[in-house]
Design a binder for this molecule. Structure first.
Ligand code: UDP
Ligand code: MG
Length: 328
């Protein structure tokens, strides 16, 4: 157990992409939460991920009105995970960071509970959904992903957790020191370790606007999650190869013996051959695809291109570029 600091400092990191419809309500609700807990020093870091609407202007105006709100502008749209990394990189050494979405699906009113759990000794606090509001294809996708990821990863993510949560200063420092470019936040948070606590909450409907993460992007995060936390796909390839080779060997032996002993006319089998060839072709293509997934990620890692570029580096001497992939 760690003795709580005299006046804990907490930064709320929020990636923002085309969220002009929800921002006013977000500001009001965050300010109310801050006001209700004056024992902490609060600030909200809103990372504008290249919004094409008035989001950045709204945040700038709010920052002018209330010094606890700050704007970090990325030079273009880099994607949610990169924007999140950009916000985390802004944290001061003694700051705890709350990570959340802008769309109020993660209610700001839960933040004090996260802080309490942190002050109770947890370095990592996950907000865990009691209920989930997504329906249909998105819901199915989330469920499938979590089942698959749970099977594959050595560091499974609790299915009802997402980005929403709190990292203590040590966890933030550890996260910021991670060298990789492909980042899947919930997986990395699980990988970090540290004493972890869960705080239950009810996930809300998006307050306004449309989901900004396209389904394609969610699928890409999902793949990142699987391929950066597991070698199992590669191992499965090996097993499949061994299995198919054994089957081939057995079949070969069978046909040789058949031929030798001439029980019957040796079989002719165009259909069998065609089926075998297409099947094996498919297996090989899948294999190449899986290798490609890893190879592409290795390529991105070795390029060492930053994952985001800050348009307005706020602090002199502060890092202006991040360390993860620019591809997302
Ligand atoms: N977001 C972002 N960059 C993007 C897409 C989304 O910063 O390219 C932000 C968005 O503004 C929101 C959060 O990421 O604060 C989650 O996005 P969204 O609600 O669209 O995703 P979902 O709830 O479907 O995960
Ligand atoms: Mg959302």
């Amino acid at each position: 157990m760690r003795a709580p600091a005299p006046r804990p400092r907490i930064a709320i990191v929020i990636p923002v992409f085309n969220e002009e419809a929800v921002l006013p309500e977000l500001f009001a609700r965050l300010a109310a939460v801050f006001d209700a807990r004056p024992a902490c020093t609060w600030r909200a870091v809103l990372v504008d991920d290249g919004s094409r609407d008035r989001s950045a202007a709204l945040v700038r105006a709010q920052a002018g009105r209330d010094g606890r709100f700050q704007l970090v502008e990325l030079s273009r749209n880099f994607g949610f995970q990169s924007a999140l990394s950009a916000g985390l990189a802004q944290a001061e050494a003694d700051e705890a960071v709350v990570t959340m979405d802008a769309d109020l699906q993660d209610p700001p009113e839960v933040i004090p509970d996260l802080v309490t759990a942190w002050q109770g000794g947890a370095e990592v606090v996950r907000a865990t959904r009691r209920t989930r509001r997504e329906r249909g294809l998105r819901r199915l996708g989330f469920d499938l992903f979590h089942r698959l990821f749970g099977q594959l990863s050595d560091y499974p993510v609790e299915p009802n957790t997402g980005t929403f949560g709190l990292l203590g200063p040590a966890a933030v420092a550890a996260f910021n020191a991670l060298p990789e470019r492909h980042r899947f936040f919930p997986g990395l948070r699980a990988w970090l370790g540290f004493p972890t606590a869960d705080v239950l909450y009810d996930r809300q409907e998006r307050a306004a606007g449309q989901p900004q993460q396209t389904f394609r992007r969610l699928v890409r995060y999902g793949l990142d999650g699987v391929f950066s936390f597991s070698h199992l796909p590669l191992r499965m390839l090996t097993y499949t190869g061994v299995f198919v080779a054994c089957m081939g060997f057995a079949a070969g032996l069978f046909f040789i013996l058949w031929r030798l002993f001439q029980f019957e006319r040796s079989p002719t089998g165009f259909t069998t051959l065609a089926a075998l060839i297409t099947f094996l072709g498919g297996v090989q293509l899948i294999g190449i695809g899986v290798l490609g997934e890893y190879l592409g990620r290795i390529y991105d890692e070795v390029k060492r291109r930053p994952n985001y570029i800050v348009k307005n580096p706020a602090r002199p001497g502060g890092a202006a570029t991040g360390t993860d992939s620019a591809r997302d």
